[in-house]
Design a protein around this ligand. Sequence first.
Ligand code: ACM
Length: 531
Amino acid sequence: MRQHRTPRLLGTLLLVVAAGISVAGAAPSAAGRTATPLGQVIPAPASVDAGGSPYRITSSTRIRVDDSREGRRIGSYLADVLRPSTGYRLPVTDDGGRDGIRLQLSRKDSALGAEGYRLQSGKGAVTITAREPAGLFHGVQTLRQLLPAAVEKDSVQPGPWAVAGGTITDTPRYGYRGAMLDVSRHFFGVDQVKRYIDQLALYKVNTLHLHLSDDQGWRIAIDSWPRLASYGGSTQVGGGAGGFYTKAQYKEIVRYASSRFLEVVPEIDMPGHTNAALASYAELNCDGVAPPLYTGTEVGFSSLCVGKPVTYDFVDDVIRELAAITPGRYIHIGGDEAHSTPHEDFVEFMTKVQPVVAKYGKKVMGWHQLTGASPAKGALAQYWGLDDTNAAEKEQVAAAARNGTGLVLSPADRVYLDMKYNADTPLGLDWAGLVEVKRSYDWDPGNYLAGVPGSAVRGVEAPLWTETLSTSANLDYMAFPRLPGVAELGWSPAATHDWDTYKVRLAAQAPRWDAMGTGYYRSSQVPWPAE
Ligand code: ACM
């Protein structure tokens, strides 16, 4: 650094002055005096053309939006992020000026697609252009990451608030970029889910899969079967009080997710993983006897009664009520670990239940065991096997993919965020192996499963199972720093994939997590800045 030889006081002054004119490509300093290089964002942008004058947010900056409801809303969202830390007024206006932070919806650039954006930063303005509101929102997340980490704090910080000059043009590799939260093994309240949604949005994740039912708890109110929630939701792993979402609360989660451009995929896991339902209604059991509630962590012991007509009344009611409060395209019907359901029964069950999803206007999503039955047209299968899952099982999935079933990849020994990082990790499980940060990042969804056409891969999802996790701090520790890597696998072009440069970008996120109050595991694989 050139400043080394400069006398200290003068050096400080120069640094402050230089903040407005620092060059792209310079290393970011912890104090944020040097603008973050344009490409130093997660997920890596598709295209970066750095150079020219930086832009600087000042007390007179305006956030200029076009005259659309969505544009205004995203402008207000950005203002809410920037105001507490900058201390600036940052009025949101549609008066058409050419300076400031400009958010523009424009149908002209078809290459930007449904989620892409262009960010142009120069002396007088930083302009984000997108065809669709989702693209504007993703561009705003890039802008956040280009600003010093202190921008995330909720009290006034000194700044300055420079954005390096140049242009980013960015579109996602995959349309499905998901994260799953298991609210069944331990229940997480609405505010905890919103917190996770905000953490996901920063990395352009666009799907929140909620695992709403399992052996240990039923978490969504169903009016026609009220004991599912009131009794089936009354406990959790370890015997705590559990809980459930009222329909109003679920709708609030869906609304909040949608305001951050995430689609909610609700899962009712069937025909296995159903002890909470079976405990709530004796008639759902083949022998007519309700089992006790379950607070342990075994799997594979429960099954809906495939031969009983009441099972399908139950399924119809649950899917009807859930579809009615779910604006998203998919209902996830589980299908994993149905070890207590004979194979013929499993196939019969899926054959009967998939049309119910269609009847209520939704598409089927299921764990990849769904490919052992006949996936419905338009279904998505979620692969959760391991690198060394046997070839026959993988081929069953690949054959379904060749036959038109879309795939979402969640290989458990790569992206299950509940796997321990190493043998000393105090939380999490290890049945799929130990999954350090590099391992979770260093694979390619495009060629992960042999014999799968590229077009069948719809994206990736990072599940977070919660047998051992009961607080937001627990979720933070397991999701960070792995989650941003999965988000990058979903968004960034394969050509940008490189652990050695990724780990430097990842390290640069740490001050941001500190500023946001997000905890994380300080993996020795990542060159973190000194604390
Ligand atoms: C799963 O981990 N049983 C989908």
